[in-house]
Design a protein around this ligand. Structure first.
Ligand SMILES: *Cc1c(COP(=O)(O)O)cnc(C)c1O
Length: 420
């Protein structure tokens, strides 16, 4: 484990969180390079029996520090914007390992991705297919395309992060997919190479993956009957991580996930397909913690609040999804437990990081580590309430590197002008 107590003090690898907080201030995101690399390798090994590429979902954590670590391990990228392509290339990533997902790609984003020479566009609608055809023909190239189909499978996760149901905005309807595929194959600016799906995030069972793959398999076999040979099959991301909430069992391990995927893909063994996966959370989620400092405590009508210097702008998941994050004091002082709401200073009742949480009593100045915050933490952070975004550090052994300096107030207003 990468976040462990040494005596009474919480460490990330060989560096105490208290030291990082002292030197860099709070709130601060702390990532363990060892945990990040370990999670990537575990996922990669789980699919070792199948020809595959891992296209890390950049939106989970798009910092150049994290991207560059994964690039050194050979990772590809799943991007959802021209901005993420820019980050990937700046971090030294290979454009030929990029898949481009998302329902609203603009002409400019498509053009940039074509110019970079990405692996494949995951196309989500007929109108997008026509737009991509037009943009590619204008450049005299053919755009490699996989159709993102909607397998109508319930991922059994939070509604906001469920994407593979008929009622969601993602993908092309199951029934329409074969016809759209054939239409794409007839367009001069398009080269149809694969099928793609992504059914949701934080999945805690393997059965929705198996069910979704079973539907993709049907489609691939139907297209094969029509004489269409695919090169790629993309099963998206979505494998959940352990947020340590009481009553929630542990999610499947990468090994269990890999077995389920391999079994579900068996009917396609006769085809020369490359499996693409787009994991995000499972790669970086547990490798990161957000360290905050207690500012005040208060009691309202018998309810206890711990006010910390991190807020919903730093870590939005609790406010957005009611998400649970494990919390630990950075220094164990042997204090009694207190049930408390851990809240930030933002002027919104939704600005909480934990509700009714039993924690050792914390006092002003104490540090708290909010765990499993590596994914959709820093990446979703904002400047709401004119709060500069937190610093981010990457720990490796007994050293750490600042991979994102804390934003300054001057940077926050750099593009603004007072009215004339
Ligand atoms: C968000 C997203 C992912 C990554 O999901 P995780 O749950 O972080 O693994 C992969 N593919 C697509 C298309 C996504 O939108």
């Amino acid at each position: 484990m990468s976040f462990e107590y040494v005596g009474d003090d919480l460490y990330c690898e060989g560096v105490s969180l208290a030291r990082i907080a002292q030197e860099q201030g709070t709130p601060v995101y702390v990532y363990s390079r060892t945990a990040l690399e370990g999670a990537y390798r575990a996922f990669d090994q789980a699919l070792a029996g199948t020809k595959h590429h891992i296209c890390y979902s950049v939106k989970a954590n798009s910092g150049l520090g994290v991207l560059s670590v994964l690039i050194k391990l050979g990772a590809g990228a799943d991007i959802v914007s021209g901005g993420e392509l820019f980050r990937w290339l700046r971090a030294g990533g290979d454009p030929k390992k990029v898949v481009f997902s998302g329902v609203g790609k603009t002409d400019a984003e498509m053009g940039a991705a074509l110019d970079a020479g990405i692996l494949v566009f995951n196309v989500e609608s007929e109108e997008e297919l026509d737009a991509l055809d037009r943009v590619a023909r204008a450049r005299g190239v053919r755009a490699p395309v996989a159709l993102r189909v909607n397998p109508d499978v319930d991922p059994q996760t939070h509604p906001y992060i469920s994407t593979g149901l008929k009622k969601n905005k993602f993908g092309i309807g199951w029934a329409a997919a074969p016809a759209v595929f054939r239409r794409g194959a007839a367009l001069a600016g398009i080269e149809m190479i694969g099928i793609d799906c992504h059914i949701g995030s934080q999945l805690t069972k393997t059965s929705p993956f198996s069910d979704a793959i079973a539907r993709l398999v049907e489609l691939v076999l139907a297209l094969e009957k029509d004489g269409i040979k695919l090169r790629t099959l993309d099963i998206g991301g979505g494998l959940g991580i352990d947020y340590e909430k009481d009553g929630d069992g542990p999610p499947p391990t990468p090994g269990e996930y890999g077995q389920a995927v391999t079994r579900a893909l068996a009917p396609l063994a006769h085809l020369d397909l490359t499996l693409l996966t787009e994991p995000g959370r499972v790669i970086i989620g547990r490798a990161g913690a957000l360290v905050a400092k207690v500012v005040y405590r208060k009691t309202n009508e018998g309810k206890h609040f711990t006010i910390v210097d991190a807020a919903m702008n730093d870590l939005m998941r609790p406010a957005l999804y009611g998400a649970y994050h494990p919390m630990r004091p950075v220094h164990l002082a042997g204090r009694a437990e207190q049930v408390t709401d851990v809240v930030g200073p933002i002027c919104e009742t939704g600005d909480f990081l934990a509700r009714d949480r039993a924690l050792p009593l914390l006092e002003a100045g104490d540090l708290i580590a909010i765990g499993a915050a590596g994914a959709y933490g820093a990446a979703m952070s904002s400047n709401y309430n004119t709060r500069p975004r937190a610093a981010e550090v990457l720990v490796s052994g007994d050293r750490y590197q600042v991979v994102r300096a804390r934003e300054t107030l001057e940077q926050l207003i750099a593009n603004e002008r007072v009215a004339e």
